[in-house]
Design a protein around this ligand. Structure first.
Ligand code: ZN
Length: 286
């Protein structure tokens, strides 16, 4: 299992952490999209960020982490569920080469939508004002949850295979006098991590390299995987929102109605005979 998330805890501090790696899932998110390098790398970082955030949730449900802006990258989103099954997509326009994170996004926001299986969905929004996605997420945790957090995100869409990984360090509600100092110490060491180390080292070895003087307890590995929920049936039910007349009109101009999933790039093709159920007047879906 190469794509996984692992939580850990510092026994002597009120600090928790998570490591995520998702090389294959990253590849599956960008397959068949031809994203330019800068856009693909943001998807990789967002994929890791979403996995790290999902593991902080304590209920069943869905999470979407979306960035939106007025720059060349107008939208990027990763959806995930509590089992760390993810999918993602992005929209961009024009030249993105060599642009920094803020140049790519322009004036933008980071939006988290959390939809618990039992309960009301809620949304958190923070302005994208820092120079990296990781720093913007740290802002989000301070502003919306009052939790000091350090996040490191790494993604490289140009290597073969592609690579994506990240680390989260977060304070637990703490009271000890030395807590601030302990947290600064743990974060400073986390800041020394190199992309190559997090991509290739086993989690135990990585944590030993960073924190061999501390007592770190690792929890069980959780797999991260790609899963798109699209299907022929779902496409058909979204076509059912069109009036039969509109469908007939389209089919007069073209042989079939093609719908491409913007997440996994699967194309679903519907010819007249596939759409009969929508064209009959007593169609129960209307
Ligand atoms: Zn799909």
């Amino acid at each position: 299992m190469t794509d996984q998330l692992q939580r850990f805890l510092f026994d002597d501090f009120q600090i928790r952490g998570e490591i995520a790696k998702a090389h294959e899932t990253f590849q599956q998110c960008i397959d068949n999209h031809n994203y330019p390098e800068a856009v693909a790398n943001i998807i990789g970082e967002l994929l890791i960020a979403t996995s790290l955030l999902t593991a902080t949730l304590k209920f069943k449900g869905k999470i979407a982490v979306q960035i939106q802006g007025d720059g060349p990258l107008s939208m990027a989103v990763i959806n995930a569920n509590q089992d760390l099954q993810v999918r993602g997509t992005a929209r961009y326009e024009g030249n993105t080469e060599g642009l920094s994170f803020l140049e790519l996004i322009g004036k933008g926001t980071l939006m988290l939508t959390i939809s618990p299986e039992d309960g009301e969905p809620y949304q958190g929004i923070v302005a994208l004002e820092k120079e990296s996605l990781a720093a913007c997420l740290e802002d989000y945790f301070i502003q919306s949850e009052q939790l000091a957090t350090k996040i490191s995100l790494f993604a490289n869409s140009q290597t073969s295979p592609v690579q994506a990984a990240g680390l989260l360090i977060q304070t637990l509600p703490a009271s000890s006098e030395s807590h601030e100092e302990d947290f600064a110490h743990v974060c400073a060491l986390a800041g020394t991590i190199k992309a190559k180390e997090i991509y290739t080292l086993k989690n135990e070895d990585l944590l030993f390299r960073l924190y061999h003087q501390e007592n770190v307890r690792l929890f069980k590995l959780q797999p991260i995987s790609f899963k798109c929920g699209c299907s022929q049936e779902r496409c058909l039910s979204s076509l059912a929102t069109l009036a039969p007349g509109e469908i007939t009109e389209i089919l007069e101009e073209q042989e079939s109605i093609d719908m491409r999933c913007e997440y996994c790039a699967t194309t679903y093709s519907f010819r007249e005979q596939d759409l009969q159920i929508l064209l009959t007047p007593d169609n129960p879906q209307h």
